[in-house]
Every structure is written in C-alpha cells, then in structure tokens.
Design a binder for this molecule. Structure first.
Ligand SMILES: Nc1ncnc2c1ncn2[C@@H]1O[C@H](COP(=O)(O)OP(=O)(O)OP(=O)(O)O)[C@@H](O)[C@H]1O
Length: 228
C-alpha cells in the first residue's frame, strides 16, 4: 500500500522581502501507517514539514518538489489555541465539528486526547496551554483522519499526562492510520518505544531515519543529544 504521505525533494524558500532563507532543503520523508516521530533542533524546519503536509505553508514560502498525501489530514498545531475561534467555548466548537464529521463522539475524542470534560465550557484563552493542546487533539480526532499531524503534543504537559497523550497517539496509530508527531522528547520515545520510526532533521534537511534501535546504534552526538 502506498504511504499516507510523502515528501519528495521538497525545498521551501522563505522570502519576506527583508529576509530570504531556504528553510527546507530537498527533504525526502515517507509517512506510512503507524507512528512516525519527527525530531530536530529548534528552527530546523519541523513545523514547515507539517505545514507542507497540511497545505498550510505561509504565503511567503516558495516550494519546489513534491508533496503527496493520500486521504484526509488532521492537524494539531503547536499552539492549540489557534485551532479554535476565540469567541466561543471549546465545548460548543467540538460539538459543531462532531456534527460536521459525524465520526466519533465528543466524549470519546476528549477521552482519547486526555482532555478533561470539566473545561468544555471554558473559552480557548481560559485554558492552560496543556489543556488547549489536548482540546486541539480532541478536535482533530473527531474527524478520524487518515493522517494525523501533531506538532509538539506534549510540550506543555507534566510527565504523567505526556505519557497518556503519547499512549493515545500510539492507540490511534494502531487503528491503521498514520501519525506524524513532531517532538523534542526523545527520552519519552526511548522509554516507551511508541514510535515505529524516527526521523531527525537539522538545518532544513533530514539527517537520519530509522527505528529507535537503528538510531541508537549510530554513534552520532547530534542524535544522542535527543536521548539525554
Ligand atoms: N510563517 C512563517 N513565515 C516565515 N518564516 C517562517 C514561518 N514559520 C517558520 N518560519 C521560519 O522557518 C524556519 C523553520 O521554522 P520551523 O517553525 O519549521 O522550525 P521548527 O523545527 O518547528 O522549530 P521549533 O522546534 O522551535 O518549533 C525558521 O527559520 C523560521 O523562522
């Protein structure tokens, strides 16, 4: 079966008029069914990869190369608050999306995203960053996308909740879908073994890819830094 998503020689040049930089440089990436983790130092282009896969590259970005996506795509942005309109409660927006997609129930999506039902009546800005990130995950899970792209799903969470969210992503991948999760948390991935594949980026390029076991056999200080 063809992969859920694929980038072939994707190059993205950002040109704002005052600033011009190649932020992705001939990136090749395959996202099959299962859980793929995308790691790399800050600013190396991980969110740009997410933007390319979700069709949301900024207007200042000029793209060459191929982006192939098979089926529907769900996206959980790095800042969960941007997944919601500001003036309505999270609960009303989840209800609205549920009626639109008629996929899983709001209750089920919230449970899978480890989002507490007690905060459904709050407006997006009244949530903590960890809460709104999980609400955004619940929103994305409602449509049961074939490809789920999640940007830093556990960055604002305590350790225990981070494990729960990653377990949910693992469970979603186990339903036969593809999950691409951007993260800095190599230690959690090493402890849990949740990722089927790990892809590492540096300076706009992919520099390594493989299973956890394959990555950990490489004597490479850049890669080792993510597991300390
Ligand atoms: N909307 C945008 N317009 C112009 N440049 C952008 C935009 N978003 C990101 N960039 C630039 O693209 C480059 C890659 O940024 P990106 O957000 O993809 O990095 P990242 O690896 O996700 O970093 P982090 O781990 O800190 O989130 C950076 O130089 C950044 O300044």
């Amino acid at each position: 079966m063809s992969p859920a998503a694929e980038l072939r020689e994707l190059t993205v040049l950002v040109d704002t008029g005052r600033w011009r930089e190649t932020v992705l440089d001939s990136v090749c990436l395959v996202v099959p069914a299962g859980l793929t983790a995308l790691l790399g130092e800050s600013g190396c282009g991980k969110s740009m990869v997410a933007a390319a896969l979700t069709g949301s590259l900024p207007s200042v970005a000029h793209r060459t190369g191929e982006v192939r996506v098979r089926g529907s795509v769900g996206f959980v942005p790095q800042s969960g608050v941007t997944a919601f309109a500001a003036e309505r409660t999270v609960g009303s927006q989840l209800d609205e999306r549920q009626q639109l997609y008629r996929g899983r129930s709001v209750e089920d999506a919230c449970k899978a995203a480890v989002y507490p039902a007690e905060t459904l009546d709050l407006y997006p800005h009244q949530h903590s960053s960890g809460q709104i990130q999980r609400a955004a995950l619940a929103a994305a899970l409602l449509s049961e996308p074939d490809l789920l792209v999640v940007d830093e799903p556990s960055a604002s969470l305590d350790r225990g909740t981070a494990y729960e969210v990653w377990a949910s992503l693992r469970a979603y991948a186990d339903t036969g879908t593809a999950v691409l999760a951007i993260t800095h948390d190599g230690t959690l991935l090493a402890e849990t073994g949740y990722a089927d594949a790990m892809v590492f980026m540096r300076d706009g390029r992919t520099v390594a890819a493989g299973s956890l076991a394959e990555i950990q056999t490489r004597a490479n200080p850049y890669l080792e830094g993510f597991f300390q």
